[in-house]
Write a protein that binds this ligand. Structure first.
Ligand SMILES: [Zn+2]
Length: 321
């Protein structure tokens, strides 16, 4: 048992219950604020959308959601607090920095010419974990880091090293973004070599490929993995993700796998309707898809209720405990 920081304060890891380990409240790529036709940021309206979107997941027993937005992706702890209070769902927010190509690396890259940004980024993570984010008093409960496709850039390596250092000192888990099913084994190896505890690491977006050899090379390092983009057929087909989950469960990895959606009910920017070719590829994407479609399919393939419970309740708890 351990204390876990949620946006409404600390709770015991035993209280986490059914947990979605990687979700968002807003889809929030930096630059939306440069769009002259973007809808102004209305926290109240966004909170309403999020609470509504969470209802179905709540009905399926979800008790906790990890809001995986790092510092540079519209992390909004006031919004998190509003949504947590109104929905009754625990929300754990992150400190961290996104992969270089789609985040906001400019500030630390500029400073890196003169200053020790490895330490500065570590200090940022530590401040947000131990004292809180800004003056909100909300403490980050996870560290979120990411890497791009096919390589870990110099900047990303600095961020990962800072994360490992903060993990080691605070015990707070690290969750990661991997791009297009690449660099998972390298992320795990780097974090562990920098002193992070493998049992406090979750390598994310593992279902960006269907390569079991890749998945196992991550698992063999003692870390958790997450199939946490279920429902995003736009990026990779769920059919293949399901095949991988069933295969890995079949060889005994139930105690190391988590399921989630990387879903966001509210997209920042201009109002837009998705083109017809995209719609079917996101048709199932929601906070409830795992419960409505994935778990029934796993059960049909012979996966036990015990294994489902392990993935949805025990593993998230273990990651934090
Ligand atoms: Zn995400």
């Amino acid at each position: 048992m351990a204390e876990v920081n949620t946006v409404l304060g600390p709770i015991s890891s035993d209280e986490l219950g059914m947990t979605l380990i990687h979700e968002h409240l807003t889809l929030c790529y930096p630059g939306w604020e440069c769009d002259a036709l973007a809808v102004p940021y209305d926290r109240e309206a966004i909170a309403t959308s999020c609470v509504e979107a969470l209802e179905e997941a709540k009905a399926h027993g979800v008790k906790t959601l990890v809001e995986a937005s790092p510092n540079d992706l519209n992390r909004d702890v006031e919004l998190d607090r509003m949504v947590s209070k109104r929905s009754g769902i625990n929300i754990i927010c992150a400190t961290g920095l996104y992969m270089e190509s789609m985040g906001k690396p400019a500030y630390f890259k500029f400073r890196n010419q003169v200053f020790d940004t490895a330490t500065e980024i570590y200090e940022t993570f530590m401040k947000e974990i131990t004292q809180g984010i800004g003056d909100t008093g909300v403490k980050a409960g996870v560290i979120k880091v990411g890497t791009g496709q096919g390589e870990i850039s110099t900047h990303e390596e600095t961020v990962l090293k800072a994360a490992a250092r903060a993990q080691k000192e605070t015990g707070v888990p690290i969750i990661t973004h991997t791009e297009a099913g690449t660099m998972g084994p390298e992320q795990a190896a780097l974090l562990i070599s920098e002193g992070a505890n493998p049992r406090r690491i979750m390598i994310g977006h593992i279902g960006g490929n269907a390569n079991l050899q890749y998945h196992i090379s991550v698992l063999e390092q003692g870390v958790y993995i997450a199939f946490d983009r279920l429902g995003i057929d736009f990026l990779f087909p769920d059919t293949l993700r399901k095949a991988c989950i069933i295969g890995l469960l079949g060889i005994g990895y139930a105690n190391r796998i988590m399921l989630s959606h990387d879903y966001a009910p509210y997209w920042l920017g201009r109002p837009s309707e998705l083109p017809d070719f995209v719609k079917p590829l996101l048709a199932n994407w929601s906070y409830a898809h795992v419960f409505k479609n994935i778990i029934p399919a796993l059960k049909q393939a012979g996966v036990s209720d015990d294994n489902i419970h392990t993935m949805m309740v025990d593993n998230p708890r273990q990651l934090f405990a």
